[in-house]
Design a binder for this molecule. Sequence first.
Ligand code: AHR
Length: 534
Amino acid sequence: MLYTDERKETILLKTILHINPDKTLSHIAPEIYGQFSEHLGRCIYDGIYVGEDSDIPNVKGMRKDVVEALRALHLPVLRWPGGCFADEYHWRDGIGPKENRRRMVNTNWGGIVEDNRFGTHEFLELCDQLDCEPYIAINLGSGTVQEAAEWIEYMTADGDSTITNLRKENGRTKPWHLKYVGIGNENWGCGGSMSPDFYANEYKRYQCFCKNYGNNKLYKVACGPSGEDYNWTKELMSRIDHEHANGISLHYYTVPGDWEHKGSATDFSDEEYYITISKALHIEDIIEKHLAIMDEYDPNHDIDLLVDEWGTWYNVEPGTNPAFLYQQNTMRDAIVAAASLNIFNKHSDRIAMANIAQVVNVLQAMILTEDTKILKTPTYDVFQMYKEHQDATLVESYVEAVSGSASAARASGTDSADTANKIHGPVISYNDTSLPALSESVSVTEQNGQKLLTITLANTSLTDSLSVELELPMKYSFCGEASIAMLHAGARAYNTFDDPDRVRAFETEEDWNGNLQIVSLPACSVCRICCYVS
Ligand code: AHR
């Protein structure tokens, strides 16, 4: 049963999504749909890089099937080499003839020997194949300023220096284009257990020597907080300004239980489902609080927020290496992805990038691999459905839940943002958890002189379908064919290597007209509508 308030006093009669195409709010950076790859478990090796001699079809060692699947998502940016691994990574170990590369112990992720056969050249080749921006995480925790400076020079400088000649000897004549560099990762934890003031000073020193060569202009990201660590943001922001940093990062993982008992990826109760969704939605509150602190020190908004690690984190799949963080991915994860991306869209005035963790075989992955086989997870489909938001403009939209009580009489159908703040959407109450039943965001692009809306919706209820009235201002009308993509299955449904399309989005087209349309969202579903309005 859906309600319009948490006390279960007023029962939902109808749900209206008000959309105002004239009220354009912010540009949705494509990088919000970014990904993260780390030398962790089977993310890089097996998942992406199999080597040129592998029986698995590859181009320069990169799995063709994985690259092809990721290209279909229009991947904007890929972060590498970590994660915690980044602050142990020494880039010189990963260049030159593979047989001479240094073998190191990957102390963060199971103590396995990392032979560095995937290094800078291979990563940048992967980004070329994916046609995405690289985002390099530089080792501040156990590296040196010289090492950082020379890595930037190695990748981006032209000319005749010892470092650039080393790159040429290793087969790359022209420098690469590199925009995004993160300086340190989780330096409050695995990246050196630093205090914020110590890190801020270190950060300033490191960034000073990360130079712009030729036309290459770096966008520098300082290590920001974990979750609700508002003190880190305050201390960091009080010590840096836009001369030092273009953005700060935020890491937030959705863990249904606690870190000792996170919960199973596939075997969960209804209560655990609602706790998971509610914890995922909590990122909005966290983002808003960090932004409010950032505003105090940076009122002109020169420094962006990058959610450069996010996603679900469960117990590993039974029988797999606990340090490899390999987990399955159900419709619950699809709802988490859909709702999180709607939140990032809604805050795209300040969020410049987000990178779900991680792209293949680790945590909330797009793709899982097993030898020669791959499967695309339900989360993959969400990224596929939402890709139309990339580079579009967010428009005002808000949900109104209409009940039989007095609250139903409140002003409906107005276009005012004040109304949006006052009117609440439908609410789910489950034991001690209450959460919104509908997550949404709407963007617009101009196509052939017409406005094309992309509307993305998620019904978070496990049991109730939701009928949503999409309402435009009177002067607008839906026109022509609307393309509707729907992803739904039971919350616990997932794809396996034997049944890889068990959960898959399907598309339909409908002729739409008038200023009001009704869409029916099955329980636990994600929907994307692309429609013209004039
Ligand atoms: O994504 C797994 C790990 O989570 C990353 O290495 C680290 O940055 C975070 O704690």
